[in-house]
Design a protein around this ligand. Structure first.
Ligand code: S3P
Length: 173
């Protein structure tokens, strides 16, 4: 990918707790790009927390808000975008990310995700589902995440090491 001229967006994909926001901020700083968190965009735009959107309007409405936010963000370039873990579930989201951008899956083992999600209270799907149900969702989504242009294994690596691994991958093409 020609970063000198095109400055494509980098869309970080992965399950809840994979570290998309933490890595996204560091990666954006390291590459001199803007950082955007898609969930934060949705919250700001609709003036409502993700939990409230789910409880007041339902998941389908959230997914529509998510696609609309993705469409808006994809109009600009030079951004590292931390997406929500469910972005891969709607077919129409893929061309939005691929147009002028690349997708990168932060692959994280289930055991690591479970540890991180234990502390989570602001994720409706974590609040509403058992660990077994979340694991089923994780398994269901894995092949979708694997459609990304790049895959980086994050287990056992520090955030700076993950950023280095990503830089090597995306800057070499
Ligand atoms: C979701 C992940 C969340 C958020 C929403 C739904 C999902 O984002 O978009 O709660 O379906 O996996 P994070 O992956 O940033 O937690």
């Amino acid at each position: 990918m020609d970063f000198a001229n095109a400055r494509p967006n980098i869309f970080l994909l992965g399950f809840m707790g994979a570290g998309k926001t933490t890595i996204g901020k560091l990666l954006a700083a390291a590459l001199g790009m803007h950082f955007v968190d898609l969930d934060d965009m949705i919250v700001d735009y609709h003036g409502c927390s993700i939990n409230d959107i789910f409880s007041q309007h339902g998941e389908d409405t959230f997914r529509s808000f998510e696609t609309q936010a993705l469409d808006r963000v994809a109009q600009a370039s030079n951004q590292v975008v931390s997406t929500g873990g469910g972005i891969v579930g709607r077919n129409e989201n893929w061309p939005l990310m691929q147009r002028g951008g690349l997708t990168l899956f932060l692959e994280c083992q289930w055991e690591t995700i479970v540890q991180r999600l234990k502390e989570s209270t602001d994720r409706p799907l974590v609040n509403q589902n058992s660990l077994q149900e979340l694991n089923a969702l994780y398994q269901l989504r894995l092949p979708l995440y694997c459609q990304a242009d790049y895959v980086v294994q994050v287990d056992g690596l520090t955030p700076p090491e993950i950023v280095e691994a990503i830089k090597k991958l995306v800057l070499k093409d």
